[in-house]
Design a protein around this ligand. Structure first.
Ligand SMILES: NC(=O)c1ccc[n+]([C@@H]2O[C@H](COP(=O)([O-])OP(=O)(O)OC[C@H]3O[C@@H](n4cnc5c(N)ncnc54)[C@H](O)[C@@H]3O)[C@@H](O)[C@H]2O)c1
Length: 314
């Protein structure tokens, strides 16, 4: 088959990561790139063998024939860029969080649906073997009935050392609740169903431009407690643990990729994960070819945003 032509908008840490994936995939090629930072756009275009580059996404949309646009700009620009892509009728992959407010997220979802385009989100946990094994074991009754769900996020450094930029530690569009919490909120909605937000408290620095340094959120999934407990600027190592406590056992997804658990009366042990992995790009290609696929859409992005905005509310 001919390769699907991908345009990438936003060439930072994650944009580069996905460019590598598009380049390595047998069905896709990146044919144009955009970044408001011209040097970055030029240098990426060169690295990709001289593809077209732009400093403005509108020029990309005016000049390129594309099968898909991937948006990897900071969250507060998702909405404006996505609406332009949707108006052009081009399939769209958007970074999480979907938007920077519920209103923006709602409009993006509704416009994408009306436009009849494929609208996918990059929530990588959905395609990870440990997270899928977590879901499988939960559904097979490994923990019995769920008693409590807990997301614990410990960050000695926020922003993390690999994601140093001018927005991720800011209150306007950054913070670990938005940046990391969103993955587990979406995963929870997928595995356990609807989340209800009861109350939450943020620890906020005096400097109003800086994001939260702590969160304690009390939520429910189908009437079962869901605790979100996060803190940054602490001693020790980074640790993110998503744990389901049940009547018969405990199961944890630790640091994204490690699954561990045990039955009542046993210790916690690593659990080998055996699920077959298919990537987000495999599913995107399948969707574009009209084949069966498992994409998480702007609807999933919107549902997660509903909870995110309640957690972020000051
Ligand atoms: N899915 C994941 O696992 C994951 C991981 C990290 C980040 N993200 C998300 O990806 C997005 C980007 O994050 P990042 O860490 O790569 O940020 P970054 O700041 O490193 O990169 C963003 C890039 O976008 C460019 N940019 C800004 N506004 C633009 C615009 N209007 N048009 C074109 N380019 C523009 C910037 O110059 C920069 O190069 C964010 O939404 C973030 O939440 C997702």
């Amino acid at each position: 088959m001919t390769l699907l032509k991908i345009g990438v908008i936003g060439l930072g840490a994650i944009g580069e990561r996905l460019i590598q994936a598009f380049t390595a995939h047998k069905n896709t090629e990146v044919t144009a790139v955009v970044d408001t930072n011209k040097e970055r756009a030029m240098s990426m275009a060169k690295k990709l063998g001289g593809v077209h580059w732009y400093a403005n996404h509108k020029e990309l949309l005016a000049n390129e024939e594309l099968d898909l646009v991937y948006i990897a700009v900071p969250p507060k620009f998702h909405h404006a860029v996505a609406i332009d892509v949707i108006e052009k009728g081009i399939h769209l992959l958007c970074e999480k969080p979907l938007a920077n407010s519920l209103e923006e997220a709602k409009e993006m979802y509704e416009r994408a649906k009306q436009g009849g385009i494929i609208h996918a989100m990059n929530f990588p946990l959905n395609y990870s073997s440990p997270a899928n094994t977590f879901e499988k074991l939960i559904k097979q009754g490994y923990i019995g009935n769920l008693r409590k769900l807990e997301l614990s996020m410990n960050f000695p450094n926020w922003p993390r050392l690999w994601q140093q930029n001018d927005w991720v530690a800011g209150r306007e569009q950054g913070g670990f609740v938005l940046e990391v919490g969103v993955h587990f909120i979406q995963l929870t909605q997928r595995i356990f169903g609807e989340i209800t937000h009861l109350n939450s408290v943020l620890e906020l620095p005096e400097d109003e431009s800086k994001c939260e340094t702590g969160v304690i959120g009390s939520l429910e999934v189908n009437g079962t407690p869901f605790l979100i407990n996060g803190i940054s600027q602490i001693a020790g190592s980074e640790r993110i643990a998503y744990t389901a406590y049940g009547t018969e056992g405990t199961l944890s997804l630790v640091d994204w990729g490690k699954l561990e658990g045990g039955k009542l009366g046993e210790g916690i042990q690593p659990i080998h994960t055996t699920e077959i992995q298919s990537t987000l790009l495999d599913h995107l290609v399948a969707a574009i070819e009209g084949k069966e696929n498992r994409l998480y859409t702007f609807k999933d992005g919107y549902d997660a945003q509903v909870i995110l905005e309640k957690l972020r509310a000051i």
